[in-house]
Each structure stands twice: as C-alpha cells, then as structure tokens.
Design a protein around this ligand. Sequence first.
Ligand SMILES: Nc1nc2c(c(=O)[nH]1)N[C@H]1C(S)=C(S)[C@@H](COP(=O)(O)O)O[C@H]1N2
Ligand SMILES: [Mo]
Length: 368
Amino acid sequence: MAQQPDGATVARSARGHIKPTPESWFFLHRSSAEMRFEAMARPAYLTDTARFYVRNLGTATPFVDVASWRLRVHGDGVARPLDLSYDDLLALPSRTVTRFLECAGNGRAFYDLFLGHRAPGSQWKFGGFGIAEWRGVPLAEILDRAGLKREAVDVMPVGLDAERVARPMPIGKALAADTLLVYAMNGAPLLPDHGFPARLLVPGWVGSASIKWVGEIVVATHRLFTPWNTTSYILKGPLYPPDPPAEGQIVTQQRLKSAVALPWPATLPAGRQTIVGYAWSPVAEIARVAVSLDGGQLFHPATLTGPNIAAAGSRWEFTLDARPGPLTITPRATDAAGNCQPRLAAQPLNDHGYLFGAAVPHPVTVVG
Ligand SMILES: Nc1nc2c(c(=O)[nH]1)N[C@H]1C(S)=C(S)[C@@H](COP(=O)(O)O)O[C@H]1N2
Ligand SMILES: [Mo]
C-alpha cells in the first residue's frame, strides 16, 4: 500500500490487470487484453464486462481504497476548487448512456496484414472495443459545481495509476451532455481494471481520453500538454505535420468501423447460414451495412437488427450460401452522418497505426 499525496490509498496488483483473461476469450498483448470479437455474436447488444478489453498504458491496475479516495477539481479555470468523496459523487445527478469504448490502436494489425505498414504497439484486430451501459455524473455538473470560468480552455483528468496517466480534452468536449464521470458499467460498480472507483467516458473519442481511476481533474485557461497528447495519441508521419509541442495531430474522434463476429481466421461449415457482425460510428447511428464476398467488388445489403445507437453501434446480419474453399467476408458501413468506410487502398497511414477505418476482408475457410 502506498499513501498518495492526495490521500487515496492505492495498492498495486502484481499482474497488469486483475480480472481473469482466459486465452479462449482474449488475445493477450504485452499490457492489454483484447476481446476475441466472436464474443459479439451472442444476442446481447452490450459486451459482457467479463469479456470487455483491458488496456493499461502503465504497469498495473491499481486498487484504489474508496474510503480515502477523493476527487479534486482545481486549476485556474475554476473559481471554487472541489473535493468530493465517493458518496458525494454518488449523490450528484446522474445519467446512464450506452456507448462504445475503443482503443485508438484498434485495427492496428490490419495496417500490417493488408497494407505492409507495421506500426509498433499491440497488434489489435477488432477487439480493442466493447459496448457498455455507463452510469455516472455529467462532467458538466461537476465543473459547474466547481465554478467553471468562461475562460476555461482545457480539462485534464489525471489517473491514480503509478504513471499518473492524464489526457487533456478541450472544454467543448468536456461539457458534452454524454461526457460522464462514470462509476458504474453494465449495472455494477466499475471493476478495478475498468477504472474503479471512477473514470471518464468521453464518447466517440479514442479510449485514452477516457481516463481510469480519476483522482484529480485540472481545469485550465490555457492548453495543457502531457506525453499522451504530444508523443502518443497523435497522428504522426508524412501526412501529418508536427504541431509543437505535439509531434503531430492530436487524435480525438474515432473512425467508423464494421467487423464480423467470427474467430480470426474463421472456419465455417458449407451451406446456408447467417453471419453476425457489428458496425459503429463515433458520431451517428448506422445507416446501412453492405457485405462483399468477392474482396470488395460487389456489395450486398446486410440487415440491421436490435438497438442502433450513435457512438455505440448496431448489430447486423447477413445470410450467405457458403461453398467449400477459401472465402472473405468484407462488411462496409455507412453512418447516418454520411460517412462511409474507405477501401483498404484509401486508408491513410500514420506511424503509430491509429484510427484504422477501412473495410476489412475477414478470412474464412468453408469446409464441406
Ligand atoms: N489512468 C489511466 N486511464 C486510462 C488508461 C491508463 O492506462 N491509465 N488507458 C487508456 C486507454 S489507452 C484505453 S483504450 C482505455 C481502456 O479502458 P478499459 O481498460 O476499461 O477497456 O482506458 C484509458 N484510460
Ligand atoms: Mo487505448
């Protein structure tokens, strides 16, 4: 146990994360556990918390002692610094939303697999992603109670992990109605791995904005910079000029994606069957999904089923007649804002392999 300067008692687990992450459910990367996307084939719209990916940038999930935990809101952007206990937080007006959470590097493996551009870092396929129901206090409520000033520019939640991971966001996003300081996920208190006792939910933005184990929120009347918006979580490379102190363009919003809920690669029996998948947009509902079985020449409409929520996603189904041999299933989504997934060849490259969004051919072998 270590006493933090802010009074919260934090013990660190020896492993990176705490919840069980069996290989049958997860791909284990060095410091993250990626959901095997076939988990999304089950009829439930939400991703089971037990199956939800874990991404720790630092060494380990901290255990935060909730009795001594405090949320401190301070900085020159607020008139009345706040100090809230867990009970204080639970007593504030809350909101419940269904949204996806997705790592900026989700899909990074496809830069290597299809575009010959291997970027360092976890080689996520589609499983750095999950949909959950989040309950928490709108960040706007908290900032309002701290006497938010009109001149405030940036809001920076700071994690209680050893590395004090902190990622600033502009005040506009901090005040969005669905940007929450979350304390419950899928109807239960947050698990330690997912940010207990409280984490940010910054809908539609890269997962690194959704800081876990928040102990402090800094509000400033000037731009704030940390390693996580200057050297990582920036688009870097020939297409992206540096924007000092950032080495490139700061990543914020995620990309429209669609994925097949089958193992990678998959084996299917021959015959008529219905394939399930998901499509998700950071800004809008899904308008339609089409599926190609010939590598992206001809597309056929898929059927959207169940809830279809902006910044969460929609399930889709597609019935095909599988003949023995190799097959690729390539879904392509269009959202209600008119965004459409590009072809592989039109996917822009960046050094860190963030924000992959092209339509991906899912490899399948059909056995007769
Ligand atoms: N304090 C803190 N917050 C963090 C991280 C971290 O390492 N420390 N990882 C971020 C990243 S990169 C992602 S993708 C999400 C992952 O959230 P999850 O582990 O609950 O799925 O949390 C973000 N919040
Ligand atoms: Mo991430």
